[in-house]
Design a protein around this ligand. Structure first.
Ligand code: 6CS
Ligand code: FE
Length: 299
């Protein structure tokens, strides 16, 4: 194990000369079984086993419309397009993602504070939580590109300085996620092994990685072994459905060549007991609109 400048032990080495697997050393569900909250004991056990929890309807159809209108407003606002927090599609130059959407939009800020959302995050992580990252992914269709296989924690550890796996993401569908328009795919159970990737992090990596990730990509051999062992689950659901998934799930999504957008809002809750230190394997920090440095708990 190596220590970083802040003398924090690096439990999960990555982006060295070779790819290296490390067994997970953190719980998946941190809250104690009798912690009250919206997630049932059965669902907590499933989350621990699989690394994800799918919910058919987290928000109702009438609410979804409010968020769909807000997504439309944001992605057609010229000021947002000019904002550095907007990432465009490499080909079409359409907006691909808008980061820090919980700070830009009061509508999405309200969703973050909703007990159905933050209440689940607190229960799973067993503590107060803050937003490490939020984004809307538009995936507009007609060739919008996907996200290659990766573990989010691998990036958040290497580039944002999250020490432990005490971070949970929720992807809330704002349009219908069919089995054809580039839905989220997760390898069930893959969250129990940390795959440290080979290859150092280039400076300003985020400027490229948010369009097409390079550093932090597993090898074909590792992906073949994992997919053979765990399988691949595709998540579909109506607008308003949600997928909670552990920070270390191996996941990705395909291109969307249908005319039907696959838009979601993606919120990453991190425990206030796991606040970001210095990057474990990157020359500099990423901007705080990608990896938050304000650890104020969500209230
Ligand atoms: O680098 C990140 O933080 C982002 N990249 C991906 C592909 N998923 C997680 C996160 O939004
Ligand atoms: Fe991801």
């Amino acid at each position: 194990m190596t220590t970083t400048t802040t003398n924090v032990t690096d439990l999960y080495p990555t982006r060295g000369a070779t790819e290296v697997a490390t067994p997970r050393q953190d719980p998946v569900v941190w809250g104690s079984p009798d912690t009250p909250g919206p997630v049932s004991q059965g669902d907590l056990q499933a989350l621990d086993r699989d690394g994800f929890l799918a919910i058919d309807q987290l928000i109702g159809p009438d609410e979804v419309e409010v968020y769909q209108r807000e997504l439309e407003r944001l992605t057609t606002d010229p000021a947002i397009r000019e904002d550095e927090r907007s990432i465009v599609e490499p080909q079409s130059k359409e907006i691909r993602s808008v980061f820090e959407v919980h700070r830009i939009s009061e509508v999405f800020a309200k969703l973050v504070r909703d007990e159905r959302v933050v209440g689940r995050a607190r229960q799973i992580l067993g503590s107060d939580v803050y937003v490490h990252q939020s984004r809307i992914n538009v995936k507009p269709g007609f060739g919008a590109s996907g996200f290659y296989w990766h573990s989010d924690f691998e990036t958040w550890h290497a580039e944002d300085g999250l020490s432990n796996m005490r971070t949970i993401s929720v992807s809330i569908a704002l349009t219908e996620n069919y089995d054809t328009n580039g839905g989220l795919m997760i390898m069930p159970g893959s969250h129990k092994t940390f795959l440290g990737c080979a290859g150092a992090t280039p400076k300003d990596n985020y400027k490229k990685s948010l369009q097409m990730q390079d550093a932090g990509i597993p090898s074909d051999e590792a992906l073949t072994k994992m997919a053979s062992e765990y399988g691949v689950k595709l998540f579909t659901g109506k607008a308003g459905s949600a997928t909670w998934f552990d920070c270390n799930c191996m996941h990705g999504s395909g291109d969307n060549i249908t005319p039907f957008p696959r838009s979601n809002v993606f919120i990453v809750f991190n425990s206030v007991e796991n606040t970001a230190v210095e990057p474990f394997s990157a020359p500099i920090r990423r901007p705080d609109f990608i990896g938050a440095r304000d650890f104020t708990p969500v209230r």
